[in-house]
Structures are given as C-alpha cells and as structure tokens.
Ligand binder design. Structure first.
Ligand SMILES: Cc1cc2nc3c(=O)[nH]c(=O)nc-3n(C[C@H](O)[C@H](O)[C@H](O)COP(=O)(O)OP(=O)(O)OC[C@H]3O[C@@H](n4cnc5c(N)ncnc54)[C@H](O)[C@@H]3O)c2cc1C
Ligand code: SF4
Length: 441
C-alpha cells in the first residue's frame, strides 16, 4: 500500500533552525546575483543546479519556473535547501565571498521550493513508455532521485521501501527542526505523481527475495543506504537507557517517543548523527547533554555550522575522550566510564585516566553498518567495509544491477550527504537508460 503522506503531523521538537526570508530579503538577495559566466556556484553543486537561473526566476516573480529549475537538477532540492552544507558548496563558491557576503543561495532555494510545496503543483511529467521495468530498492534521496529520472525517461518504476514512509534518512534520520518529514514526503509525492509505484513496508531480502525482483525487472538500483549503528564493544551496552542514535532520532521524530532520559545524556561520536542526537536531547528537555569524541576537535566529521549550532543549543563537548564502560545499576545506565586518549589524535587510551561521568542515557553514534547480506543476495561485489563497488556510472559487477547513495560511499572519501546521494541516483538512472536502450537495440 502506498503511504507517502503522514496522517498526523510529526513532532517538530521546537522551532526550525532555518529562518524565513522576508519578501524584502528575497528581492534584495535575488537581485544581487550577478548571473556570472561559467558560474562557480553551479560547478560547486554536486547536482549542478543552475543557481543563477533559479535566482533570476525568483527575481522576475516566476516561482514555478524557479522551483522547476531546482528540482529538475536535484529531485530532493527542497530537502537540500535545508540540510546542504551550503558554505562548503554553492555559497562557498559564490564570487561575493571576496567581501564575505555570498548570496544566500540555500535560503532562496528554500523560498522557491516552499512556494512549490504550498502551491500543490506537480512539477514534471513521465516520459513516453519504453516498456522496460526497473526496481529501485530504498526510497531515500538516492532511490527517489533514481526513480524520478527513470520515470521521466519513460521506464516503469517500482520502489521497494522497508519503512512505512518514503524519504529514508530525510524522513526518519535528520532531526525535524532541520528537516521536517513533510518535506521529504512531498518530494516522494512528486515522484509518485509520475506513475512510480511505491511498495512501502516491504523489506527486500526478507518480505521479497532478490531473485524475485531480478526476475520481474529489466534492471535494479540498490539504494539501501547504510544500516544500524555498530556496537561499542564495551561492558554495559545492553543496559536500559543505551540507544542507537538512529533509533533514538527516529523515535523522537516519528512521535513514537523515547521515554524518560534523566538529567544527563552522554552522546558518543563526533559526526552529524551525534550532533542531531545531542541537540534533539536538549530540545527534549535534558539539562545536561555532553558529546564524547575519541580524537581531537579537528577530526570531528560534523559540519562546523552544526557544531556551532549544538554549542548554541547548550551541548557540551569532550574531545580526546573514549568511553570504556557503561556503569549499570539495576539494569539501567547509571554513569559512563571514560578514559583520556593520546592528544596526538591516535585515539589510544592513556592508562590511569579513567573516570566516571554522569549519564542516565547513553546514545551511540559511531557510524553505520552495511547491508552486505543484501549485496550478497544480488550478487554484487563490495569492498572490505561493505561498500558496493561501482564505477563512475554506478554500475556494479552485474550488468543489470546498479547502486547509488550511502551504500556506495567509501569511508574517508566523498561525504555521505543528501545532495551526493541524489546525484548518484541521477547518474544510476542515466546509466540504466543507456543500458536498457542499448539492450533493446
Ligand atoms: C542523523 C543524520 C543527520 C544527517 N544530516 C545530514 C545533513 O545535515 N546534510 C546532509 O547532506 N546529509 C546528512 N545526513 C546524511 C544523509 O541523510 C544521507 O547521506 C542520505 O540520506 C543518503 O541517502 P540514501 O538514499 O543513500 O540512503 P537512506 O537515506 O539511508 O535511504 C535508504 C533507504 O533504503 C531503505 N532500505 C534499506 N534496506 C532495505 C531493504 N532491504 N528493502 C527495502 N528498503 C530498504 C531504508 O529503509 C531507507 O529508506 C545525515 C544522516 C544522519 C543519519
Ligand atoms: S557565484 Fe554568486 S553571484 Fe555569481 S551566479 Fe552564483 S550566486 Fe550569483
């Protein structure tokens, strides 16, 4: 059954971070754009959004045209307007950086896509039918981007999604005050409007076998993201009050609830997921929230703007600190034992520096595991860390199986982010189209 929309609004957990531009701000910003030749902002966008074009359309009052320009290049452009690290991407490349006043591209993108959401417009049409059938496994940013472009190219697409709602981490993983679930669901709805079938609540490999999918489709895109947070491997991990950060955010965002957290939350990790868990905890009313990271601050993978935001929200940071044991009393978390690590950044613990810090809840955010069993089921080769091996065209070792998004990002390589996942989904769609048209010839 297709359940792309929420029947009840999900909790917002306090005011959104993004500030709405006033009409005057919009007019001033849009008219400041120089429409640069060979615009660096376009080159800095992984999906290649024609930034001066969408801004120019805002300036002339053509908001539908503006939203189309954004969403044409980036099928999850409304989500990206909220979560992209724009200062590292388009805004970081804007020529106005010379005097520290880059165009507020992200805010303008949000303005145009918000207009499209409110207008109820369907932005694109499906292409003439090719008679080919493609299965997309996973309805996160990569899967939605692939499905959207495949449908525009005329292929019949079915998206298989394990969760009840589409959107992947945009719906369930990124905290609602940065990205409300409704935005990702609108993007999924735009895809569904092209005739794409969504089979939600279907876990490929469990509810339906990989072989069945392969037999019924001409090509498959694996866009399954990553899995749960791995275990820490320390004593006390199974106590009540220890959370996988993704499960924690999901419960808080979907309204399932996280129960009583106590007066002190310890978040373990130094990435964006850790920050989201920490800021969500603060917004859930926990007075003391501390992030513990085993290396120095310069090695934290969270975006700088996120770290600054967490500090503003009252989150404390302890770097070069490694958890060594969760203190448990009556089956519940009663504290966290930590040990200092070598300040050189090796993450090796310094003997004799153990101490117990206050913690009623421990949230673990130390990365994500990989879906290797599913890759095995499709006969797809993967590297030592469980990443699907793909070429630049998102082709795997199997001619009719492609992969995109987080399940293809090598740790330490390109950042796993929404816009990159979407771009890989687009590339996979284009490659499948080439493959299917070649196969048909
Ligand atoms: C807490 C958090 C905060 C983040 N913040 C940011 C940010 O601020 N900016 C940013 O750009 N990026 C951020 N990211 C990263 C971003 O969310 C991911 O890079 C992006 O969602 C990857 O998209 P994807 O489609 O590859 O995977 P996902 O979004 O993980 O989607 C994969 C989908 O596949 C489905 N699936 C998995 N297995 C199966 C199966 N067997 N059968 C059917 N369906 C299956 C899953 O249910 C899921 O819906 C954040 C991530 C997290 C966890
Ligand atoms: S670099 Fe800045 S000024 Fe130039 S086109 Fe892009 S947004 Fe406009």
């Amino acid at each position: 059954m297709e359940t792309l929309r929420l029947t009840e609004p999900w909790p917002a957990l306090g005011p959104p971070i993004a500030k709405h531009l006033s009409q005057l701000d919009v007019r001033v910003e849009a008219n400041r754009c120089l429409n640069c030749y060979d615009a660096p902002c376009i080159r800095a966008c992984p999906t290649g959004i024609d930034v001066p074009r969408f801004i120019g359309r805002i300036a002339t009052g053509d908001l539908l045209g503006s939203a189309r320009t954004i969403m044409d290049a980036n099928p999850v452009g409304a989500s990206c307007a909220r979560v992209c690290p724009t200062e590292q991407l388009c805004e970081g490349a804007c020529v106005y950086n010379a005097d520290q006043s880059p165009i507020r591209i992200g805010d303008l993108q949000r303005y145009a896509t918000d207009w499209a959401i409110d207008s109820g417009a369907t932005l694109f049409r499906a292409g003439p039918s090719t008679g080919k059938r493609v299965a997309v496994i996973g309805a996160g940013p990569a899967g939605l981007a692939a499905a959207r472009d495949l449908a525009r190219l005329g292929h019949a697409v079915t998206v298989f999604e394990r969760d009840p709602h589409a959107g992947g981490l945009d719906t369930y993983g990124i905290v609602p005050f940065r990205l409300p679930a409704e935005i990702a669901l609108w993007e999924a709805e735009q895809v569904r409007a092209l005739g794409v079938t969504f089979r939600t609540g279907v876990s490929v490999g469990e509810t339906i076998a990989a072989q069945e999918i392969l037999a019924a489709h001409d090509a498959v895109v694996l866009a399954v993201g990553m899995g749960a947070v791995p275990r820490l491997g320390i004593a006390g991990e199974d106590a009540v009050g220890v959370w996988d950060a993704l499960a924690f955010i999901r419960a808080a965002k979907s309204g399932a609830g996280v129960g009583a957290l106590g007066g002190a939350v310890a978040v373990i990790g130094g990435g964006n997921t850790a920050i989201d868990a920490a800021t969500a905890s603060r917004r859930l009313g926990v007075p003391s929230v501390t992030m513990y990271y085993r290396r120095g601050p310069e090695r934290m993978t969270a975006y700088q703007f996120e770290i600054e935001f967490a500090q503003l929200e009252g989150v404390e940071f302890r770097t070069c600190t490694l958890p060594s044991r969760i203190v448990v009393e009556n089956g519940r978390v009663a504290g966290l034992e930590v040990v200092a690590t070598d300040p050189g950044g090796s993450a090796r613990s310094v003997p004799g520096t153990e101490r117990v810090v206050p913690a009623d809840t421990v949230i673990v955010a130390i990365g994500q595991s990989r879906h290797v069993a599913l890759l095995d089921a499709f006969g797809v080769l993967y590297g030592p860390t469980g990443i699907a091996i793909v070429d630049d065209a998102m082709r795997t070792n199997r001619a009719n199986v492609f992969a995109a998004g987080d399940c293809t990002f090598t740790p330490g390589g390109i950042d796993a982010m929404v816009v990159e996942a979407a771009q890989r989904g687009k590339v996979a769609a284009r490659s499948i189209d080439d493959f299917l048209r070649g196969a048909a010839a």
